[in-house]
Design a binder for this molecule. Structure first.
Ligand code: ARG
Length: 296
Protein backbone atom coordinates (compact mmCIF):
# COMPACT_ATOMS: atom_id res chain seq x y z
CA UNK A 1 0.00 0.00 0.00
CA UNK A 2 1.35 3.39 -0.94
CA UNK A 3 1.13 6.46 1.23
CA UNK A 4 -0.21 9.62 -0.44
CA UNK A 5 2.26 12.06 -1.94
CA UNK A 6 3.12 14.76 0.57
CA UNK A 7 3.67 17.24 -2.28
CA UNK A 8 1.34 18.39 -5.03
CA UNK A 9 -0.95 20.97 -3.44
CA UNK A 10 0.96 24.16 -4.29
CA UNK A 11 1.62 25.07 -7.89
CA UNK A 12 2.92 27.83 -10.12
CA UNK A 13 1.04 28.33 -13.38
CA UNK A 14 1.14 30.90 -16.17
CA UNK A 15 -2.13 32.38 -17.43
CA UNK A 16 -2.37 31.85 -21.21
CA UNK A 17 -2.57 35.48 -22.29
CA UNK A 18 -0.14 35.04 -25.19
CA UNK A 19 -0.29 31.33 -25.96
CA UNK A 20 0.45 30.50 -29.60
CA UNK A 21 2.14 27.79 -31.63
CA UNK A 22 4.81 29.92 -33.22
CA UNK A 23 7.52 27.35 -33.97
CA UNK A 24 7.83 23.57 -33.84
CA UNK A 25 10.21 22.21 -31.20
CA UNK A 26 8.31 18.97 -30.59
CA UNK A 27 6.36 16.63 -32.87
CA UNK A 28 2.96 17.91 -31.68
CA UNK A 29 3.53 21.51 -32.74
CA UNK A 30 2.34 22.75 -36.12
CA UNK A 31 2.24 26.53 -36.56
CA UNK A 32 -0.59 26.17 -39.08
CA UNK A 33 -2.79 24.80 -36.25
CA UNK A 34 -3.26 27.59 -33.71
CA UNK A 35 -5.01 27.34 -30.34
CA UNK A 36 -8.22 29.29 -29.89
CA UNK A 37 -7.38 31.91 -27.22
CA UNK A 38 -10.82 31.97 -25.59
CA UNK A 39 -11.10 28.19 -25.40
CA UNK A 40 -7.54 27.91 -24.09
CA UNK A 41 -8.29 30.44 -21.38
CA UNK A 42 -11.51 28.66 -20.38
CA UNK A 43 -9.70 25.30 -20.21
CA UNK A 44 -6.91 26.80 -18.12
CA UNK A 45 -9.40 28.53 -15.79
CA UNK A 46 -11.19 25.22 -15.26
CA UNK A 47 -7.89 23.51 -14.40
CA UNK A 48 -6.99 26.17 -11.84
CA UNK A 49 -10.50 26.11 -10.36
CA UNK A 50 -10.39 22.33 -10.03
CA UNK A 51 -7.03 22.35 -8.23
CA UNK A 52 -8.36 25.02 -5.87
CA UNK A 53 -11.61 23.14 -5.32
CA UNK A 54 -9.53 20.13 -4.26
CA UNK A 55 -7.72 22.22 -1.66
CA UNK A 56 -4.67 23.13 -3.71
CA UNK A 57 -3.13 26.55 -4.28
CA UNK A 58 -2.15 28.01 -7.64
CA UNK A 59 0.25 30.95 -7.83
CA UNK A 60 -0.11 32.75 -11.13
CA UNK A 61 2.80 34.20 -13.05
CA UNK A 62 2.20 36.59 -15.97
CA UNK A 63 3.02 35.37 -19.45
CA UNK A 64 5.57 37.34 -21.44
CA UNK A 65 4.09 38.42 -24.79
CA UNK A 66 7.24 37.17 -26.56
CA UNK A 67 7.15 33.72 -24.91
CA UNK A 68 4.26 31.73 -26.40
CA UNK A 69 5.28 28.45 -24.66
CA UNK A 70 5.59 30.00 -21.20
CA UNK A 71 2.15 28.60 -20.30
CA UNK A 72 3.93 25.26 -19.83
CA UNK A 73 5.06 26.42 -16.39
CA UNK A 74 6.36 22.99 -15.40
CA UNK A 75 9.45 23.85 -17.37
CA UNK A 76 10.34 27.09 -15.63
CA UNK A 77 12.38 25.53 -12.85
CA UNK A 78 12.59 22.97 -10.06
CA UNK A 79 11.48 24.51 -6.78
CA UNK A 80 12.16 22.86 -3.42
CA UNK A 81 11.82 23.52 0.28
CA UNK A 82 14.91 22.75 2.35
CA UNK A 83 14.69 21.10 5.81
CA UNK A 84 15.37 24.50 7.45
CA UNK A 85 12.33 25.97 5.68
CA UNK A 86 14.29 27.98 3.12
CA UNK A 87 13.26 27.62 -0.49
CA UNK A 88 15.35 27.18 -3.57
CA UNK A 89 14.67 26.88 -7.27
CA UNK A 90 16.98 25.55 -9.93
CA UNK A 91 15.96 27.49 -13.01
CA UNK A 92 15.61 25.62 -16.27
CA UNK A 93 18.11 26.22 -19.03
CA UNK A 94 15.96 25.44 -22.03
CA UNK A 95 17.33 23.34 -24.83
CA UNK A 96 15.68 25.52 -27.45
CA UNK A 97 16.58 29.20 -27.72
CA UNK A 98 12.91 29.99 -28.40
CA UNK A 99 12.08 29.34 -24.74
CA UNK A 100 15.14 30.72 -22.94
CA UNK A 101 13.65 34.14 -22.18
CA UNK A 102 11.04 32.45 -19.97
CA UNK A 103 13.69 31.84 -17.31
CA UNK A 104 14.65 35.50 -17.35
CA UNK A 105 11.13 36.40 -16.20
CA UNK A 106 10.58 33.44 -13.91
CA UNK A 107 13.79 33.94 -11.92
CA UNK A 108 12.83 37.35 -10.41
CA UNK A 109 9.33 36.03 -9.78
CA UNK A 110 10.73 33.18 -7.67
CA UNK A 111 13.23 35.42 -5.86
CA UNK A 112 10.45 37.88 -5.11
CA UNK A 113 8.71 35.05 -3.27
CA UNK A 114 11.66 34.12 -1.11
CA UNK A 115 13.33 31.47 -3.25
CA UNK A 116 17.08 31.51 -3.70
CA UNK A 117 17.78 30.73 -7.33
CA UNK A 118 20.52 28.98 -9.25
CA UNK A 119 21.26 28.06 -12.84
CA UNK A 120 22.81 24.97 -14.40
CA UNK A 121 23.69 26.94 -17.52
CA UNK A 122 22.49 30.02 -19.36
CA UNK A 123 22.13 31.48 -22.85
CA UNK A 124 22.94 28.13 -24.44
CA UNK A 125 26.22 27.73 -22.54
CA UNK A 126 26.47 24.90 -20.01
CA UNK A 127 24.15 21.99 -19.36
CA UNK A 128 20.55 22.14 -20.43
CA UNK A 129 17.93 21.31 -17.85
CA UNK A 130 14.14 21.50 -18.20
CA UNK A 131 12.17 20.89 -15.02
CA UNK A 132 9.50 18.80 -16.77
CA UNK A 133 12.22 16.15 -16.70
CA UNK A 134 12.50 15.94 -12.90
CA UNK A 135 10.31 14.34 -10.24
CA UNK A 136 10.76 13.27 -6.64
CA UNK A 137 9.95 9.59 -6.29
CA UNK A 138 11.05 7.01 -3.75
CA UNK A 139 13.39 9.50 -2.07
CA UNK A 140 15.34 10.16 -5.28
CA UNK A 141 15.11 12.84 -7.91
CA UNK A 142 14.21 10.93 -11.06
CA UNK A 143 15.51 12.87 -14.05
CA UNK A 144 14.92 12.13 -17.71
CA UNK A 145 17.66 13.21 -20.10
CA UNK A 146 18.08 13.13 -23.83
CA UNK A 147 15.75 15.31 -25.88
CA UNK A 148 15.85 18.29 -23.50
CA UNK A 149 17.84 17.87 -20.27
CA UNK A 150 21.46 16.85 -20.86
CA UNK A 151 23.18 14.10 -18.93
CA UNK A 152 25.72 16.63 -17.63
CA UNK A 153 22.86 18.45 -15.94
CA UNK A 154 22.26 15.51 -13.60
CA UNK A 155 25.50 16.11 -11.74
CA UNK A 156 24.68 19.78 -11.30
CA UNK A 157 21.30 18.91 -9.79
CA UNK A 158 22.76 16.27 -7.46
CA UNK A 159 25.52 18.48 -6.07
CA UNK A 160 23.45 21.66 -5.98
CA UNK A 161 20.57 20.08 -4.08
CA UNK A 162 22.39 17.31 -2.14
CA UNK A 163 20.11 14.64 -3.55
CA UNK A 164 20.38 11.27 -5.23
CA UNK A 165 19.60 11.70 -8.91
CA UNK A 166 18.46 8.67 -10.88
CA UNK A 167 19.02 9.40 -14.54
CA UNK A 168 16.86 7.82 -17.24
CA UNK A 169 17.68 8.10 -20.91
CA UNK A 170 14.69 9.25 -22.96
CA UNK A 171 14.88 8.11 -26.58
CA UNK A 172 11.34 8.76 -27.84
CA UNK A 173 11.02 12.09 -29.71
CA UNK A 174 7.32 12.34 -28.83
CA UNK A 175 7.94 11.89 -25.09
CA UNK A 176 10.57 14.57 -24.97
CA UNK A 177 10.01 15.34 -21.27
CA UNK A 178 9.84 12.85 -18.43
CA UNK A 179 6.40 14.20 -17.50
CA UNK A 180 4.96 12.77 -20.72
CA UNK A 181 5.94 9.25 -19.64
CA UNK A 182 6.03 9.25 -15.84
CA UNK A 183 3.58 10.44 -13.20
CA UNK A 184 4.12 9.70 -9.51
CA UNK A 185 0.80 8.73 -7.88
CA UNK A 186 1.82 7.89 -4.32
CA UNK A 187 4.86 6.49 -2.53
CA UNK A 188 4.82 3.18 -4.39
CA UNK A 189 2.75 3.82 -7.52
CA UNK A 190 3.27 5.77 -10.70
CA UNK A 191 2.03 5.92 -14.27
CA UNK A 192 4.88 4.78 -16.52
CA UNK A 193 5.32 4.51 -20.28
CA UNK A 194 8.41 2.33 -20.76
CA UNK A 195 8.53 3.07 -24.52
CA UNK A 196 9.86 6.55 -23.81
CA UNK A 197 13.22 5.18 -22.65
CA UNK A 198 16.08 3.02 -23.82
CA UNK A 199 15.88 -0.57 -22.57
CA UNK A 200 18.13 -0.15 -19.54
CA UNK A 201 16.30 2.98 -18.38
CA UNK A 202 12.87 1.44 -18.94
CA UNK A 203 13.92 -1.51 -16.79
CA UNK A 204 15.41 0.78 -14.14
CA UNK A 205 12.18 2.76 -13.90
CA UNK A 206 10.03 -0.36 -13.69
CA UNK A 207 12.35 -1.62 -10.91
CA UNK A 208 12.13 1.69 -9.08
CA UNK A 209 8.32 1.83 -9.03
CA UNK A 210 6.92 -1.02 -6.91
CA UNK A 211 3.48 -0.82 -8.57
CA UNK A 212 3.74 0.71 -12.03
CA UNK A 213 0.62 1.51 -14.04
CA UNK A 214 1.91 0.91 -17.54
CA UNK A 215 0.77 2.91 -20.58
CA UNK A 216 1.38 1.79 -24.14
CA UNK A 217 3.20 4.15 -26.46
CA UNK A 218 -0.06 4.86 -28.30
CA UNK A 219 -1.89 5.64 -25.06
CA UNK A 220 0.82 8.00 -23.85
CA UNK A 221 0.98 9.89 -27.14
CA UNK A 222 -2.72 10.06 -27.96
CA UNK A 223 -4.16 10.71 -24.48
CA UNK A 224 -1.37 12.57 -22.60
CA UNK A 225 -2.51 10.35 -19.69
CA UNK A 226 0.93 10.48 -18.00
CA UNK A 227 0.77 14.28 -18.09
CA UNK A 228 -1.58 14.30 -15.12
CA UNK A 229 -1.39 15.67 -11.60
CA UNK A 230 -2.47 14.21 -8.29
CA UNK A 231 -4.11 16.46 -5.72
CA UNK A 232 -4.82 14.46 -2.59
CA UNK A 233 -6.45 11.28 -3.86
CA UNK A 234 -7.79 12.83 -7.08
CA UNK A 235 -5.95 12.36 -10.36
CA UNK A 236 -6.60 15.20 -12.80
CA UNK A 237 -6.23 13.76 -16.25
CA UNK A 238 -6.76 15.02 -19.80
CA UNK A 239 -7.99 11.56 -20.80
CA UNK A 240 -7.89 8.11 -19.24
CA UNK A 241 -7.77 4.74 -20.99
CA UNK A 242 -10.26 2.27 -19.47
CA UNK A 243 -7.69 -0.03 -17.89
CA UNK A 244 -5.95 2.96 -16.31
CA UNK A 245 -9.17 4.21 -14.76
CA UNK A 246 -10.04 0.74 -13.48
CA UNK A 247 -6.66 0.39 -11.80
CA UNK A 248 -6.68 3.92 -10.34
CA UNK A 249 -10.13 3.40 -8.87
CA UNK A 250 -9.14 0.02 -7.51
CA UNK A 251 -6.26 1.79 -5.76
CA UNK A 252 -8.67 4.30 -4.23
CA UNK A 253 -8.03 7.27 -6.52
CA UNK A 254 -10.78 9.36 -8.05
CA UNK A 255 -10.27 10.26 -11.71
CA UNK A 256 -11.29 13.74 -12.83
CA UNK A 257 -11.13 14.41 -16.58
CA UNK A 258 -10.42 17.91 -17.83
CA UNK A 259 -10.33 19.09 -21.43
CA UNK A 260 -6.96 20.72 -22.18
CA UNK A 261 -7.11 20.08 -25.91
CA UNK A 262 -5.98 23.58 -26.90
CA UNK A 263 -2.72 23.01 -25.03
CA UNK A 264 -2.14 19.67 -26.72
CA UNK A 265 -1.45 21.71 -29.87
CA UNK A 266 1.72 22.94 -28.17
CA UNK A 267 2.63 19.45 -26.97
CA UNK A 268 1.63 19.63 -23.32
CA UNK A 269 -1.24 18.97 -20.97
CA UNK A 270 -2.15 19.18 -17.29
CA UNK A 271 1.27 18.51 -15.74
CA UNK A 272 3.05 20.79 -18.17
CA UNK A 273 0.77 23.66 -17.16
CA UNK A 274 1.34 23.28 -13.42
CA UNK A 275 4.65 23.30 -11.58
CA UNK A 276 4.59 21.92 -8.02
CA UNK A 277 6.60 24.04 -5.58
CA UNK A 278 5.95 22.11 -2.36
CA UNK A 279 8.46 19.29 -2.77
CA UNK A 280 10.53 19.08 0.39
CA UNK A 281 14.12 17.98 0.81
CA UNK A 282 14.47 15.51 3.66
CA UNK A 283 10.84 14.44 3.24
CA UNK A 284 10.17 13.74 -0.44
CA UNK A 285 13.86 13.59 -1.36
CA UNK A 286 16.54 11.94 0.78
CA UNK A 287 19.32 14.33 1.80
CA UNK A 288 22.54 13.00 0.29
CA UNK A 289 25.35 15.46 1.15
CA UNK A 290 27.48 16.10 -1.93
CA UNK A 291 24.84 14.46 -4.10
CA UNK A 292 25.00 11.26 -6.11
CA UNK A 293 24.08 10.34 -9.68
CA UNK A 294 22.89 6.81 -10.44
CA UNK A 295 22.56 5.66 -14.03
CA UNK A 296 21.13 2.29 -15.09
N1 ARG B 1 5.90 23.51 -26.55
C1 ARG B 1 6.51 23.17 -25.31
C2 ARG B 1 7.91 22.64 -25.55
O1 ARG B 1 8.11 21.95 -26.52
C3 ARG B 1 5.70 22.14 -24.58
C4 ARG B 1 6.20 21.87 -23.21
C5 ARG B 1 5.46 20.79 -22.54
N2 ARG B 1 5.79 20.77 -21.18
C6 ARG B 1 6.11 19.69 -20.47
N3 ARG B 1 6.38 19.82 -19.22
N4 ARG B 1 6.20 18.52 -21.04
O2 ARG B 1 8.82 22.91 -24.80
Amino acid sequence: MGTPLAWGTSYVAVRPDHFRVEYAINPFMDPTVQPDPARARAQWDALVATIEELGGTVHVLDQRPDAPDMVYAMNLGLGLERPDGSRHVVMSHMRHAERRMETTSAQPWFSGRGFSTSLVGRDGVGAHFEAGDAFAFGGSLVVGHGPRTEELGLKHLATELDVRVRGLRITHPGMYHLDLAFCPLDSTRAIVCPDAFDDASARALLDLVPEPLVLTEAEALSTFAANSVVVGSTVLMPDCPGHVRARLEQWGFEVRLLDLSEFHKGGGSIRCLTNPVDVRLGRDLDLVPGGRVLLP
